[in-house]
Design a protein around this ligand. Sequence first.
Ligand SMILES: Nc1ncnc2c1ncn2[C@@H]1O[C@H](COP(=O)(O)OP(=O)(O)O)[C@@H](O)[C@H]1O
Ligand SMILES: [Mg+2]
Length: 464
Amino acid sequence: MSVRPATVVVVDDEREMVEVLRDVLQSAGYHVISAGSGAEALECVQREEPDLLISDLRMAEMGGHQLQMELKRLAPSLPVIIITAFGSIQSAVESMKLGAVDYITKPFANDELLFVVGRALENRQLRQEVKRLRTELARSYGLPNIITASPKMLAVIEMVEQVADCAASVLITGESGTGKDLLAHGLHFLSSRRDGPFVPINCAALPENLIESELFGYVKGAFTDARQSKTGLFAAANGGTLFLDEIGDMPLALQAKLLRTIEDKRVRPLGATEETPVNVRVVAATNSDLEKAVGEGKFRSDLYYRLATMTIAVPPVRERPEDIPLLVKHFLSRASAEAGKPAPEVEPEAMTYLMRYGWPGNVRELQSAVHRALILCRGSKLQLKDLPPRVVDGRTSGLNGLEEAVARRMSLERLETEYVRAVLESVNGNKTEAAAILRIDRKTLYRKLEGSQTNAAFASDDTN
Ligand SMILES: Nc1ncnc2c1ncn2[C@@H]1O[C@H](COP(=O)(O)OP(=O)(O)O)[C@@H](O)[C@H]1O
Ligand SMILES: [Mg+2]
């Protein structure tokens, strides 16, 4: 923890008052910055990142309450102590309602001032410590709900951790079911906004006119059915994250308004004359090719570039086969626990098919296949017959092996591994024979099998 003296900003338009405060605080070892007006104080706060602010309530230009409100937006975690005149307890109450951590009445004794300041700073330090520990906890668990062992996915998670705390919008791209929702939640959880709201909206699930009123809200009488006003999701997400899911389905007509709201950080409900400031971090997700949509004039390029400053591309399951056994076990044990029974083991043959299948619906499809299998499973082992027909038929779907490899966009390395395995299987796991067919030596064969992290799932009796 830092040992630098705490920095305190004192604000008053009366010079003498500022000087008294400064003298007392300085002699107690604090670093004091004095400001002669609310405006000057706001500047100091932005420049110096102080630990505490003490302000008189009554000032000519910007009063203490107004300063408090500005500070709430600018530096929400900065503790504020208000100085009020003796006997004006009502204004002290007002100040506390606005979030002041304490108040002092004039005239005050020096040690009273120091006591109140000391307590406020101690509180702040405790709060920061809690925040730090929370962040550490979140980081040490990484993204706790995301099961993966794939280097590609681990890189994605690292990226999420890196961008979590920046203010810029983030675009998460990837096929349906790859975990975009999960990552958007993780992004929020790892950011300093984690205590604020996480507000999702699925643009594909709502008709065009509803998206607008949901997002921006409306005032009473804005349209025929608007019998009372309604807070929009932008405003509801204030201090937190707004998750625009399926952003590719955002109507073109609304995109300009969305962009303006993001850029100006101000939202105007339908039918309202005034805009209200909002402090929202936007995370968008899409499973469509937005760049292509931009090219075709279906998506505004300015909005695209705004959102895509940070893009996180989530790989499909077929590009991370090493995750399949992990995900299968994870979903099996979770579903079994929910059903109150022990998780069955997966027969190697069944696992072979699970790993071979292309999973066009990605993790979501895998999850439901596992649930289905668990329901059908009799006994302690999950067998081939428990799997959905499409998973088992994968190889007999009319495509030959190479066509299937092409359809699945298989990498050369994976194709090679699959071929090596298939040959090995065809000779009942006899490695000498398999090596002979492949015209490689046994050492190379071992290496090729080891090279695939998925090896374990295919392990046959190692009798040769
Ligand atoms: N890596 C993962 N580990 C555990 N569960 C996952 C993982 N990826 C996705 N899921 C689960 O799969 C389902 C689909 O994920 P989701 O985030 O909704 O995908 P998307 O938004 O990309 O369509 C959810 O139930 C989610 O919890
Ligand atoms: Mg989703």
